[in-house]
Design a protein around this ligand. Structure first.
Ligand code: F6P
Length: 479
């Protein structure tokens, strides 16, 4: 296949821009929220970068174009492909399987076939875009077959893969009827990155048990029976982060601080403001959080509206059945709590099913006394990091599920097992009663970590590791 012109190509399910259609039918694109594009924009500019991804709109056929200082390379998906590859295999099979089977994963051969063909389409686009000897960085569970397909098309390029979500334990991963094909897909990369050490270990264990490839430490050797020349694949953890400095500055701006005061006033100046911010996803433990808060009100340990919970749940994957069910359940529970404990004009839970601009989120973080992150399983959880980055005032307490990737780093948070409702209630009460000295000490430690380890450092660490494989102490062995 002829080489393209981009030294660095990022491949992700979505492009880093959102499309809007004007009344006259013309299209315009604006940068999507999120740290990934912020982290990668400078390195993309330095390396004549391209980003291959889906526009988010069905059936959109669009030539590659320039934006955000890089080449944006749309991949077309039809309505039925979105249903089978994105809503189906990615979010109805892999997402629940990789998140501890919180809901049942569904295994459908037609979804798998769509996943294979769409992964090939993304790989073909990357192969067309990347320059001779260039680098391709593939992202996330929707595209696990891209590395192997791309290697066949373009054996000259370096391939990195980063999984943003957990990699499940072998006993769960083994349920997947196409487990071997997925491993072979990932092993097309030179470096496979994960959020946590435990994810990298789960992956290596799956390789050991489900393939006959030799592994030594974190290195898998692909011998000449599989690949010529023989090569090595490394697995390692690279915990992702946020654009911490920018978020810290935003949250400390006079406008955001003023808005934080207004938010508390609009809520009737509660004594204690608790906050939850999530995509409306069953992995986030929103029902567990509401149960704990509802019980604290029922027990009389908290009283509303002196204690108020704000829950922002941004709409997500609304055509997937389990997400619809979750929405119904969460909304019924919020209604019940407000029916039982709210007062005229003063709700116990303020529930919002929208997304907000970053400035408004920063103001909410700044306003909240206690941040509740109660995920049942979460690759990282960037909301926890945003809360910490927003608290230059050293105010606020983070209650954090130990089942998030963030819990490995944010050890000064109050760590909880969200399945343990009594334990969660105790942590909430402890957060509320925490002495200012302890609160400040904990927040100072959390901030040190988040400000030192930002998303720019994450991207640099990954790309440096991909560019400079550490020499392996032993020569390659044939399998
Ligand atoms: O890593 C999880 C992830 O798939 C991200 O890539 C994405 O930003 C987020 O979840 C939202 O998912 P979706 O693209 O399905 O809306």
């Amino acid at each position: 296949m002829p080489a393209g012109e981009h030294d660095l190509v990022v491949v992700a399910n979505r492009l880093p821009v959102d499309m809007t259609v004007a009344d006259d039918g013309s299209l315009s694109w604006t940068r999507s929220p999120g740290g990934l594009v912020t982290a990668l924009a400078p390195v993309m500019q330095r390396n004549a970068g391209a980003w291959v991804g889906w526009s988010g709109t069905p059936d959109l056929e669009h030539e590659p174009f320039d934006g955000e200082g890089m080449r944006l390379w749309p991949v077309r998906l039809s309505e039925s492909e979105i249903a089978a590859y994105y809503e189906g295999f990615s979010n109805g099979t892999l997402w629940p399987l990789y998140h501890d089977v919180i809901v049942d994963p569904q295994f459908h051969r037609a979804w798998w076939n769509a996943y294979v063909s769409i992964n090939r389409r993304f790989a073909a686009a990357a192969a067309e875009a990347v320059a001779e000897g260039g680098t391709v960085w593939v992202h996330d569970y929707q595209l696990q077959l891209v590395p192997a397909v791309l290697r066949l098309l373009r054996p000259d390029v370096k391939i990195g893969f980063f999984n943003h979500i957990p990699f499940p334990p072998l006993e769960i991963f083994s349920q997947l009827p196409w487990r071997r094909q997925v491993l072979e897909g990932l092993l097309g990369a030179d470096l496979v990155g994960f959020q946590r050490e435990s994810d990298a270990k789960n992956f290596l264990r799956a390789v050991r048990r489900l393939t006959d490839l030799p592994t030594r430490g974190r290195v898998v050797t692909i011998g000449e029976r599989w690949a010529r020349p023989a090569r090595q694949v490394r697995a390692a953890s690279f915990p992702i982060s946020i654009d911490s400095t920018a978020f810290d500055a935003l949250a400390s701006s006079p406008a955001v601080q003023k808005r934080a005061v207004e938010i508390r006033k609009e809520l009737g100046d509660p004594e204690v403001l608790l906050l939850g911010v999530d995509r409306l996803d069953y992995t986030k433990g929103i029902r567990h959080r509401l149960k704990a808060f509802g019980e604290l009100l029922a027990d009389g340990r908290l009283a509303a509206p002196e204690a108020t919970l704000v829950q922002v749940a941004s709409p997500s994957r609304e055509r997937v059945e389990q997400y619809r069910q979750l929405r119904d359940e969460v909304e019924a529970t919020v209604g019940r709590i407000n029916g039982d404990y709210g007062a005229l004009g003063r709700a116990a839970v303020h529930y919002m099913h929208h997304s907000y601009p970053m400035e408004e989120m920063a103001a909410m973080y700044r306003a909240a006394d206690v941040m509740l992150v109660t995920s049942l399983r979460d690759g990282m959880n960037l909301v926890a990091k945003e809360y910490v980055a927003a608290r230059r005032d050293l105010g606020g307490v983070l209650v954090l599920s130990e089942f998030t990737g963030a819990a490995d780093e944010l050890t000064q948070a109050l760590l909880i097992n969200p399945h343990d409702i009594d334990g969660t209630k105790a942590a909430i009460m402890r957060a509320i009663a925490m002495e200012p000295t302890e609160r400040r000490r904990r927040m100072r430690g959390l901030r040190r970590r988040v400000l030192d380890h930002d998303v720019q450092r994450w991207a640099e660490d990954f790309l440096t590791a991909l560019a400079n494989p550490r020499p392996h102490p032993r020569p390659l062995v044939e399998d």
